[in-house]
Design a protein around this ligand. Structure first.
Ligand code: ATP
Ligand code: MG
Length: 337
């Protein structure tokens, strides 16, 4: 299998910020790579360099065997890009937006119009095709933007957070669509904050943090790094966390994690439901009031938390839905790093 994307030693600095500090990655032709990382990790910077919009300070990158600096024009002709922020023209209609992009790709007018029609259909925008894009909802813009990136039938597609801001139904539709494109042989590099999204779509994942690759592999590889099951408690009172941790510690195969804000305690454990029964026995007579308890297999959110020391924005926001600080990383009391 050949690589559709090759990145070696990519470095990018902005004054005092080192956005990329030597990133290496490859994407096999026809596969999907999920590029994951917290806010500011450098994901968009990688995408911008690969799509010829930004020059790296060091390192090199190739797309379909073409150098992104020397062969920039040829690279542009063979790729599609949906940026993190929708790039549609507000005053043109949906149809006109797509036709214009087709013309920018030098498609003859008739072909551009035909392609625009096909894509509007595909993205469920036929009814809105004649309306100016400024009347579109956020999700509709996002779909129009992605449609535009497909106008030239790119062999390599870059999607920077393709489903951010989409409602659950639109997100599912987008996932199906991305899977279809991939089945059709398109190579895809997608960045995402939604780990479920990467888990579903990506063949392989690269996790970056502060401009450095901190993990790579399949979803299963990454989950294996985090280890086995976890016993998770939600307590009625945060003050009980210490006592519960003390009593349950003998069951933990690694450092327990507790979070005051969500009153949650999480213990890496081995074994099946008997460990759950044992845990409840250990807490008997302690006065610790349990609201919820369960045995959970690790998901990519756990991977993320373990690798980066902070949750994704998504998970943090979900955890902190009773507070006003949803954008802050979830606190990881007692975390090893
Ligand atoms: N034009 C710029 N000038 C200065 N600093 C920049 C610029 N663009 C990006 N950076 C910095 O480079 C780092 C990487 O940014 P980048 O946009 O690649 O992150 P990201 O992983 O895409 O984050 P997000 O998940 O928030 O989209 C950040 O620290 C950011 O502040
Ligand atoms: Mg970004």
């Amino acid at each position: 299998m050949t690589d559709a994307i090759v990145v070696e030693g990519l470095v990018k600095r902005y004054a005092a910020t080192t956005a990329l500090d030597g990133v290496d990655l490859t994407v096999a032709e026809g596969s999907v790579l999920g590029l994951l990382g917290p806010n500011g990790a450098g994901k968009t910077t990688v995408v911008r360099i690969l799509t010829t919009l930004l020059l790296a300070d060091a390192g090199r990158a190739e797309v379909m065997g073409l150098d992104v600096v020397r062969d920039a024009d040829a690279v542009r002709a063979s790729i599609g890009l949906t940026g993190q922020y929708a790039a549609v023209d507000e005053y043109l209609t949906g149809f006109e937006n797509l036709e214009m992009v087709g013309r920018l790709y030098h498609l003859p007018r008739a072909e551009a119009r035909q392609r625009a029609g096909e894509l509007l259909e595909r993205f469920d925008l036929v009814d809105a095709a004649g309306r100016p894009a400024k009347t579109y909802s956020g999700g509709m813009r996002r779909r129009l933007d992605i449609a535009a990136s497909l106008i030239n039938r790119p062999r390599v597609l870059f999607l920077d957070e393709p489903t951010t801001g989409l409602d659950p139904r639109s997100r599912l539709a987008m996932w199906e669509f991305i899977a279809e494109l991939s089945d059709g042989g398109t190579t895809i590099l997608l960045t995402t904050q939604y780990l479920e999204e990467a888990d579903r779509l990506a063949d392989r994942m690269v996790v970056i943090d502060r401009g450095t690759v901190i993990a790579r592999g399949t979803g299963d590889d990454l989950k294996a790094q985090v280890g086995g099951q976890r016993l998770e408690f939600t307590l009625a009172r945060a003050v009980d966390l210490a006592e519960a941790t003390r009593r349950l510690r003998p069951l933990a195969v690694d450092e327990p994690r507790s979070d005051e804000q969500s009153r949650r305690l999480s213990l890496p454990v081995r074994g099946g439901t008997e460990v759950l029964a044992e845990a409840l026995r250990l807490l008997e007579g302690s006065g610790v009031e349990i609201l919820d308890v369960g045995l959970r297999r690790p998901d990519l959110d756990d991977v993320f938390l373990t690798l980066t020391g902070h949750a994704t924005e998504d998970a943090a926001a979900a955890d902190a839905d009773t507070t006003t600080t949803g954008r802050e990383p979830a606190p990881t009391a007692g975390s090893a790093r």
